[in-house]
Design a protein around this ligand. Structure first.
Ligand code: UT7
Length: 345
């Protein structure tokens, strides 16, 4: 079976992280609250998923609102009050039409900059960063804000014990400018791919335009995430392992060189299995799923901000990032953590 696409950098420009921001809604939902309406237990959720609490947005808070909060923090971290372009990775847009990124740009006080959404499931943030890298490389943009934001607790059926305990809400963002490949903060080549033969195992069947208006009785109603957990688990491990190996090789690294393996926080057992398969020791694998759950597109920037904030991720660390999500999609890349970026939460 085909692996990922990996194209070496062609010339002397790569995307460089110059700002990092994160935001989660203040309300915490504990396992006890989840258990009060589901046939599950705190022990099962902690043992099988690794989650203790997750943050959930208040009813008047949408994906765009969280994205603005994270974006403001990333821009402050970068020391800029303007960016050329706003890209939003999300699986939970405010509306089917229009895209949500223009509302984010407006909320940031940037009403005229180009802004658009990228939909690539939980891999969306790494996908989006690489779209931005292309814009920077082509000279179309000089400064890009990339945000990953999701209000995933509204995408799951609160009575479904497979999905309801896993997900939480949040947003994370980076400001990117053009840098020189290999310099601290610049992203290495991406290894990424998709497998559209596997839509069904991780899918919201209703609400899109495949069925709306076709007379399908459940087209409107079936708006909650359906997940074949075992199938997703298996492919997530395999694809992220392959992508990390490919991205590391394209950067000229051995996997043993990786100081911090930043894995999409889908399930603590997925991260542990990826690390174990790659031979990366657990102390090199930061985690925040216990406190925030699976935040989909926000997962990678939230984890970077968490690890940098606690001092677990320090300047000079060689970092590999990897994600997997609905589509199926997957992506991995590398960077050396810079000494001039302070994460703001
Ligand atoms: O961001 C990407 C999106 N999602 C993911 O990456 C998630 C990937 N998959 C997973 O994380 C895991 O597959 C789950 C957490 C969803 C499920 O874990 P599992 O170890 O694959 O459980 P399972 O589906 O094999 O179920 C094992 C048992 C079953 O009982 P029996 O048949 O052994 O009696 C389930 O009925 O656990 C039961 N079960 C539960 N028990 C208590 C399933 N969900 C629960 C629950 N509480 N919430």
């Amino acid at each position: 079976m085909a692996r990922s696409e990996v194209i070496p950098h062609l010339s002397g420009i790569a995307a460089r992280i110059v700002g990092l921001g994160a935001w989660v809604p203040p309300r915490r939902m504990t396992n006890a609250e989840v258990c009060s309406r589901l046939d599950t237990s705190d022990e099962w959720i902690r043992a099988r998923i690794g989650v203790t609490t997750r943050h959930v947005a208040e009813p008047d808070t949408a994906t765009s609102d969280m994205a603005v909060e994270a974006g403001l923090r990333a821009m402050k971290s970068a020391g800029v009050d303007h960016v050329d372009t706003v890209l939003l990775a999300t699986a939970t847009p405010d509306h089917p039409i229009p895209g949500t990124a223009p509302a984010v740009a407006h909320g940031l006080g940037l009403p005229q900059v180009p802004a658009f959404d990228v939909i690539a499931g939980c891999s969306g943030f790494i996908y989006c960063v690489n779209v931005a890298a292309g814009l920077l490389h082509a000279g179309i943009c000089r400064t890009v804000l990339v945000v990953g934001a999701d209000v995933m607790h509204r995408a799951v059926d609160p009575t479904d014990r497979i999905t309801a305990p896993i997900f939480g809400d949040g947003a994370g963002a980076v400001v990117l400018t053009a840098g020189r490949p290999g310099d601290p903060g610049t992203l290495g080549p991406v290894a990424w791919g998709s497998d559209g033969a596997r839509v069904a195992p991780l899918c919201i069947p209703g609400g899109g335009f495949r069925r709306t208006g076709t007379g399908s009785a459940d087209a409107e109603a079936d708006r909650f995430l359906r997940m074949d957990g075992k199938e997703v688990f298996r492919h997530a491990v395999r694809r992220m392992c392959e992508a990390v190996r490919d991205a590391a090789a394209a950067a000229g690294w051995a996997v043993e060189d990786v100081d911090r393996l930043v894995v999409h926080q889908a399930n603590a057992r997925i991260s542990a299995t990826v690390a174990d398969t790659l031979g990366v020791p657990p102390e090199r694998v930061p985690s925040n799923i216990g406190e925030v759950g699976n935040t989909s597109t926000a997962s990678i920037p939230l984890l970077l901000a968490h690890a940098a904030g606690t001092g677990d991720l320090i300047p000079g660390h060689r970092v590999a990032v990897a994600a997997f999500g609905a589509g199926f999609t997957w992506a991995a890349s590398t960077l050396v953590w810079p000494d001039d970026v302070e994460a703001l939460s």
